[in-house]
Design a protein around this ligand. Structure first.
Ligand code: CP
Ligand code: NVA
Length: 310
């Protein structure tokens, strides 16, 4: 009996990048996020479940949207940071993974190296959700694609531009272009391009991606203009050299004027006004930025539901 149950045991789901989503699941998450946003009662979906948020970097949106989502779905959440846990005293992650797995049902993790998530997933026995690493931010890009889908459900005709750093968000958009049918046009300064292996994998999967270093070329005819900070968390010491390198990579009125009529401007936040985006554009009529932020909550619910669905 025990053996039969063991062989039927389902594989633990993880969301370390959006390439972990099987088949049509990414599309289903968009539809489900729309249903959650429309208001169906989500209470009870996580009844009896405890989600631990392990956050080694700061967060406002990701942390609060996950905690609120878990609570609205009837589960419990708690936050663990390095300051008040043994994480800050270098307890091996493989030990932390096994211990936390005995207390909770899911780990939502924000950390530095992507390999840390791999260790948690390998040694733990509960699902691991990537809440941002130096390499990827899958939950953010899923809610960003949802923000586009709400306005323009036919994603295949869309031209999306990325202006700025080839960072964790750029990598996530590259993965998204391999999963969803829009085309992606990136403009990144030399020396700050996305990692070639990530790009090559997406291209091998059929993604339509152009990479260059001219923001005007990327922005021309775009239906969505995306950007992010010039120095991500952990890169604060490079701020001044990055300001130099990224001059000319600002999303401003001039760049927006090259885009398609009705173009939406996106930024995952937090933003540095006057650097990667002007205050005028961030606060202007093309900005979708606070809808993106709201949509984190609806998409976290869709992700959690998928993680816990048998
Ligand atoms: N966009 C985003 O992940 O924001 P936080 O860093 O506030 O979570
Ligand atoms: N690229 C940014 C995204 C923040 C949500 C960072 O990693 O700091």
């Amino acid at each position: 009996m025990t053996r039969a149950l063991d062989t039927e045991k389902t594989v633990t789901k993880h969301l370390l990048t959006i390439l972990d989503l099987p088949g049509q699941e990414a599309g289903r998450l968009l539809a489900r996020a729309a249903q959650f946003k429309a208001g169906p009662d989500s209470s009870g979906l996580l009844s009896g479940k405890t989600v631990v948020l392990v956050f080694e970097k700061s967060s406002t949106r990701t942390r609060v949207s996950f905690e609120v989502a878990v609570r609205q779905m009837g589960g419990q959440s708690l936050l663990l940071t390095p300051v008040e846990s043994q994480l800050g005293r270098n307890e091996p992650l493989k030990d932390t993974a096994r211990v936390l797995s005995r207390y909770c049902d899911c780990l939502v993790v924000r950390t530095f190296g992507q390999e840390k998530l791999n260790i948690l997933a390998e040694y733990g026995s509960v699902p691991v959700i990537n809440a941002l690493t130096d390499d990827f931010h899958p939950c953010q890009v899923l809610s960003d694609v949802f923000t586009m889908y709400e306005r323009t459900p036919g994603l295949e005709d869309l031209r999306v531009a990325w202006i700025g750093d080839g960072n964790n968000m750029a990598h996530s958009w590259i993965n998204a272009a391999a999963v969803f049918p829009f085309s992606l046009h990136l403009a990144c300064p030399d020396g700050y391009r996305p990692r070639p292996a990530i790009l090559e994998r997406a291209l091998d999967m059929g993604a339509r991606i152009c990479l260059g270093s001219d923001p005007a070329q990327a922005a021309r005819g775009a239906h969505y203009l995306n950007t992010d900070v010039w120095a991500s968390m952990g890169q604060e010491g490079e701020q001044s050299e990055r300001e130099e390198a990224f001059r000319g990579f600002q999303v401003n009125e001039a760049l927006l004027s090259l885009a398609a009529p009705g173009c939406g401007v996106m930024h995952c936040l937090p933003a540095h006004r006057g650097e990667e985006i002007t205050d005028q554009v961030l606060e202007g009529p093309a900005s979708l930025i606070f809808d993106q932020a709201e949509n984190r909550l609806h998409m976290q619910k869709a992700i959690l539901e998928w993680i816990f669905r048998a």
